[in-house]
Design a binder for this molecule. Structure first.
Ligand SMILES: [Zn+2]
Length: 343
């Protein structure tokens, strides 16, 4: 089969490799149809030091496919089931897993596409718990964005920050994959949305998604505009994933009792925090990583009833993932890049 492998730091290659054997007891074999790219793939490409792993490694942490073989003892899935794949190899029996907090699993065995082989291949064998049924009416391109993109945003907005109708939110990097999703989800939830973008041409695009105020952070100071337009009170929620470049200003944009939720740090790992502002204003900060199965089902339900759909920047072929990841690094995109896996 074909797979897109990370051969060395910064270098990917489309290679021919052995197709997985018939799935062992308790596993299913999935034929991949699509994979979506995420910033975690860019970290992977750059060989971020915190990941213990061996190269070469098949990339991609989210995607969709169809079950083509079922191992002994599997009753939850049958051949022909369409599934969105969850990259976290969780145990299914620890306290966190039993509570439906899979992204806090106490025995996580790694993340496919980051620590161990991922989803950018024609076939994968995995635990059927990682294969979440796709409801009718959701196509393979949208479904590719269910587990990491939609799941992460669901988890951040509604489980961590508990965004409520009528609240104000600042969504950083609104043109990114999760930024565009966050705008659409926050809009559906009835929030008033400030967002930042890196160029003027993205301003109309994020407004079309539902942003009320769009700020080009290369030209204007977003923190001044947010403070001014909220009567100097600040917003209820900040949606962060940029890091050092925006962190201190993001905190400054929060009102008393506000919540900041972050799932990434694309500009570095350390940032300064004003501790006086943190406790005096009773700010709450949530670190968020991935999603639980419930978040993913909620996201898929929104895709199925068409109330929130992912924004697709482009559809590419499997072999073009390396080029696309470099494009992501330069932030020259709007929404998600989804690769088709050849049949
Ligand atoms: Zn567990």
């Amino acid at each position: 089969m074909l797979a897109l492998r990370l051969i060395a730091e910064g270098r990917t290659e489309l290679v021919e490799m052995e197709t997985p054997p018939a799935p062992p007891a308790g596993q299913v074999k999935v034929q991949m149809k699509t994979v979506a790219l995420n910033h975690i793939d860019v970290w992977g490409l750059r060989g971020m030091a915190f990941a213990k792993r061996k190269l070469p490694l098949t990339v991609a942490v989210e995607g969709a496919g169809v079950v083509v073989e079922v191992g002994a003892g599997v009753t939850s899935h049958k051949v022909g089931d369409r599934v969105a794949l969850y990259a976290g190899v969780t145990c299914g029996h620890c306290k966190r897993c039993l509570r439906g907090q899979e992204n806090l699993c106490e025995n996580i065995a790694g993340i496919m596409g980051f620590h161990i082989d991922g989803l950018a291949a024609q076939y994968v064998n995995l635990d059927p718990r990682q294969a979440i049924h796709i409801p009718d009416g959701v196509n393979d391109v949208d479904a590719a964005c269910a587990t990491t993109t939609f799941g992460t945003v669901e988890h951040m907005l509604f489980e961590n920050a508990r965004l409520e109708p009528g609240e104000t939110i600042l969504i950083q990097a609104g043109g990114s994959g999760i930024g565009t999703t966050a705008i659409r989800m926050a809009k559906k939830a009835g929030a008033y949305i400030f967002t930042t973008v890196g160029s003027d041409e993205k301003i109309d695009k994020v407004k079309a998604l539902g942003a009320d105020v769009a700020i080009n952070y290369n030209k204007d100071r977003f923190e001044s505009i947010v403070r001014r337009q909220t009567d100097k009170k600040g917003v209820d929620v900040v949606f962060e994933h940029v890091g050092p470049d925006t962190w201190a200003k993001s905190l400054f944009c929060l009102k008393r009792g506000g919540r900041l939720v972050t799932c990434g740090s694309t500009t570095g790992v350390s940032a300064e925090t004003n501790l006086f502002a943190l406790f005096q204003n009773q700010i709450r900060i949530f670190g968020s990583f991935g999603a639980n199965f419930g978040n993913i089902r909620s996201g898929l339900a929104k895709m199925a009833d068409k109330s929130v759909l992912p924004v697709i920047d482009s559809e590419i072929e499997l072999g073009d993932i390396g080029t696309a990841l470099r494009r992501m690094q330069s932030r020259d995109l709007f929404g998600k890049i989804v690769a088709h896996v050849p049949g």
